[in-house]
Design a protein around this ligand. Structure first.
Ligand code: ZN
Ligand code: ZN
Length: 337
């Protein structure tokens, strides 16, 4: 039986109202989830200000309430929702690159209802089960924080096996994810320099083991010396250019933050120095298993990234708090239904 429930509606101009939403039964291959948690992301800003046809929320975790034909996930299973509703049969998917699917059905929370509502219908293929000891909020860490950060690091280390230092521009949720994944994977002694214009964010990153770089200081970047690898989460041309200025020979820059451009002098910037500049988008579904193992062994450390949990009824306050910039992850939690 389709069900009707009150769900947040993003009407634009930073207004979120509650309106009835009809949720269909899960079709073949699909699961109906009762959403437990959805983390607020900087990317939500666009839907917050411009409005959205569907219910936003792309960092969701929930419990299976009902399973459609041809599925094998039992009701009661808890897990996180991979944003991309990938096809599973195209060339990219068959090679494991589910984040580069050539026939993606949907982006959950953007073109299909996402996790700020009480329910979410997903394909079983983009649902990832987690053990019962993790909370819904903790399960969302597997998505943009650990998934996106870890994927960018993986792309860097595939280009450069002997990476011994990392610079991350931007200490927002993605930057924090990069920092935490680098520490968890390479050890607490691995140096991660992290910059931001916000003193609060710099202090927060420092509390997670990052070496703060206050870019309001004119010489802060030039004092870094040669950096092996960098990840840009700001999307700003000026920031990316300053990174090129401190990348050593064979240095690798992965751009994760969408936004502005970057112009390069190909001979000195790339050829003579054999540097790599690459993009990195979300992550591959298959990476979630390793990230779950990391989360379970570093649960307290990763848990620090979540600074606030607010009930669904206070989603507007949650957005205001998050957008004010002095938080880690703000997670909207719902009562299990
Ligand atoms: Zn996001
Ligand atoms: Zn595909």
């Amino acid at each position: 039986m389709p069900r009707t429930a009150s769900a947040p509606k993003f009407v634009g101009d930073g207004q979120i109202v509650f309106a009835d939403r009809e949720y269909p039964d899960p079709g073949p291959g699909q699961l109906l989830l009762s959403v437990e948690a959805n983390a607020i992301c900087g990317t939500d800003r666009e839907q917050y200000y411009d409005g959205s046809e569907c219910v936003p929320g792309h960092e969701a975790a929930g419990t299976v309430l009902a399973a459609g034909e041809g599925t094998s996930t039992p009701a009661g299973t808890r897990g996180a929702v991979f944003l991309m509703d990938y096809c599973g049969t195209c060339r990219s998917c068959l090679a494991g690159y589910t984040n580069q699917c050539l026939a993606k059905r949907n982006d959950m929370g953007f073109t299909a209802d996402g996790g700020y509502g009480p329910f979410e219908v997903v394909h079983e293929t983009n649902f990832f089960g987690v053990p019962p000891e993790l909370t819904g909020a903790e399960a969302t860490l597997l998505l943009d924080v650990m998934g996106t950060g870890g994927h960018a690091l993986g792309r860097i280390t595939r280009m450069r096996e002997d990476t011994e230092s990392l610079f991350c521009s931007g200490a927002g949720p993605i930057g924090l994810g990069v920092l935490a994944m680098a520490k968890a994977r390479f050890g607490q002694d691995f140096p991660v320099y992290i910059s931001d214009v916000s003193p609060w964010r710099l202090r927060f990153a420092e509390s997670l083991g990052g070496i703060p770089v206050d870019v309001r200081e004119p010489k802060a970047m030039s004092q870094l010396g040669d950096i092996d690898a960098a990840i840009d989460s700001t999307g700003k041309t000026a920031v990316r250019e300053s990174i090129i200025g401190v990348l050593g020979k064979r240095g690798v820059l992965a751009c994760v933050g969408h936004g502005e451009g970057l112009s390069l002098s190909v001979s000195p910037d790339l050829i003579a120095t054999e540097r790599t500049v690459m993009g990195s988008e979300y992550f591959r579904y298959a990476e979630m298993q390793d990230n779950l193992d990391l989360l379970l062994t570093n649960r307290e450390y990763f848990g620090k990234i979540i600074t606030h949990q607010m009930p669904r009824s206070q989603i507007s306050e949650g957005f205001e708090l998050f957008l004010a910039g002095e938080t880690g992850k703000v997670v909207i939690v719902g009562e299990p239904s």
